[in-house]
Ligand binder design. Structure first.
Ligand SMILES: [Zn+2]
Length: 123
């Protein structure tokens, strides 16, 4: 899921959380890359709703963890791995095996948030 694709889905009214899950599923599956906030629908949504690109309020990750800028363990671990990755071509159109593995905790967290959201909506 690239930036343009994310924006298109967002503008079509897709749930930013679903789009973010799709982004990380793509990373883990080796068909997408992390462009940080640029291809994150949750960052995009929060920046629009709060009229401030660095205001995370309303993002389900922020609301759960109360940590700004995705400074959460799951994301930091992925970033530490991918930023320092020396595998050739990692992050150009896909991430290497090691980085894809490091993306799994983010995907897991987002899926948990989705599950919680569905439970809340039913009540
Ligand atoms: Zn890598």
């Amino acid at each position: 899921m690239r930036r343009e694709q994310m924006r298109k889905g967002y503008n079509n009214g897709e749930d930013p959380l679903d789009l973010s899950i799709e982004k990380w599923q793509d990373i883990v599956d080796g068909v997408g890359i992390n462009e940080q906030a640029s291809n994150c629908a949750l960052c995009h949504d929060a920046s629009i709703r709060n009229s401030n690109p660095i205001d995370c309020r309303g993002c389900p990750i922020y609301e759960k963890k109360k940590i700004d800028g995705c400074g959460i363990r799951e994301y930091e671990k992925f970033m530490a791995t991918s930023v320092n990755c020396t595998t050739k071509d990692c992050g150009l159109i896909r991430h290497c095996k090691k980085c894809r593995e490091a993306g799994k905790p983010m995907l897991k967290l987002l899926k948990e948030l989705k599950k919680q959201k569905e439970l809340t909506c039913k009540n």
